[in-house]
Design a protein around this ligand. Structure first.
Ligand code: ADP
Ligand code: MG
Length: 349
């Protein structure tokens, strides 16, 4: 007998929402998107699109009445909103996880408390605090909340870089600048029975703090491969996580593996899983949260993914592609500098 398929609500209508809807369609799950952006990319692929501010509780209620369960495509949704929805509908991953991960201080404390290394860091509220943590210089001052693609970050080479009139209006952490040998990420999907489906580590290349390229296989040694998998599984387990998440790592010059951050959602570096694996990170997320079967992962091919940023999209829109090249246009109405507009995945033999 076939299972009754649930209707899935997704908060956020960006490219991650769009790709979640496409994966849902493939396994015949209907989707409703709630987005605070009128022209959100996901409206082209969902079954129903609701445009609303996230704190408009009447519309949020209408949205949650339409669906059987709710997930999200970005982690910075106000906790109050998720909590409210969770009173009547299942929200996965659990909103409590967002509360930890939304803030760099609680996120890094959580990771350190379970015995996993991060970049050395300290909470700072003033120039004095930075002086007290001189061993973290040269460092990066990061706002505790709401940073993405390098936004809310400031390099401090020397205490002289800290001006006396800085107001420290937000909470910040100061993080030691790592001599990066490499950046990798591990995408793991955890199912409600605790089983994990884990993709091989992905190697990532950033420019100006924005992800430019990702590739598999990552050029790393076996020890790092295993450690990055083990840590990701431990983190997912400790969070009692259900769905797909990503652990971003730094590898420093001493070949130490450090967690940079966790994304409690599908992740940009995992876009290549759409073409390179039998089950993508998006389908896996939906399978896990909808309590569908876990399918063993099979890699079809090695791959490289290039993000298409800003006005570069114009030339891609005119290009023709080879049989092993897969172009994704997020159909964003407005082209903005440093904005992710699409991606290209190239499969290798
Ligand atoms: P975001 O939330 O914007 O993704 P990240 O903390 O992941 O912020 O930083 C984005 C990128 O900036 C990282 O992937 C890395 O390339 C660089 N970066 C961030 N923190 C450090 C650090 N402490 N040392 C070296 N590079 C860093
Ligand atoms: Mg990051």
């Amino acid at each position: 007998m076939s299972k009754q398929m649930p209707v899935l609500g997704i908060i956020g209508g960006g490219q991650l929402g769009l790709m979640l809807c496409e994966a849902a369609k493939k396994i015949k799950i209907k989707t409703v998107i709630l987005s605070d952006e009128k022209n959100a990319p996901a409206q082209n692929s969902c079954d129903k699109f609701i445009y609303s501010k996230y704190n408009d509780f009447d519309t949020v209620k209408k949205f949650s009445d339409l669906v059987d369960l709710v997930t999200f495509e970005f982690e910075n949704i106000p906790f109050k909103v998720l909590n409210k929805i969770a009173k009547s509908k299942k929200v996965l991953p659990n909103p409590k996880i967002n509360q930890i991960v939304q803030n760099r201080k609680t996120e890094k404390s959580f990771i350190n408390n379970i015995g996993i290394k991060t970049t050395p860091w300290a909470l700072v509220k003033s120039k004095e605090d930075i002086k007290k943590n001189k061993e973290l210089l040269p460092g990066i001052l990061k706002t505790c909340t709401l940073g993405y693609d390098g936004k809310g970050q400031h390099v401090i080479r020397d205490i002289k870089d800290v001006k006396d009139d800085w107001r420290f209006s937000d909470e910040y952490i100061l993080e030691k600048k790592v001599d990066l040998k490499k950046e990798i990420s591990v995408i793991v999907t955890r199912f409600s029975n605790g089983d994990c489906s884990i993709y091989e580590p992905i190697e990532n290349f950033h420019e100006e703090q924005i992800l430019r390229n990702s590739k598999i296989p990552a050029n790393i040694n076996k020890k790092i491969y295993i450690q990055s998998h083990n840590n990701a599984k431990i983190i997912a387990q400790e969070l009692n996580y259900i769905g797909t998440m990503c652990v971003e790592y730094f590898i420093n010059e001493k070949d130490e593996l450090l967690v940079n951050e966790i994304a409690p959602r599908v992740h940009n570096s995992g876009h290549l899983t759409i073409n390179a694996f039998n089950v993508s990170q998006f389908e896996n997320h939906i399978r896990a949260i909808c309590n569908l079967d876990k399918i063993d992962l099979n890699k079809n091919s090695n791959a490289e993914m290039k993000n298409i940023i800003g006005s570069d999209i114009k030339k891609y829109r005119l290009k023709s592609f080879k049989i092993n090249e897969f172009f994704f246009d997020y159909l964003k109405k407005q082209i903005k500098d440093k904005r992710k507009m699409g991606h290209l995945t190239i499969l290798q033999d």
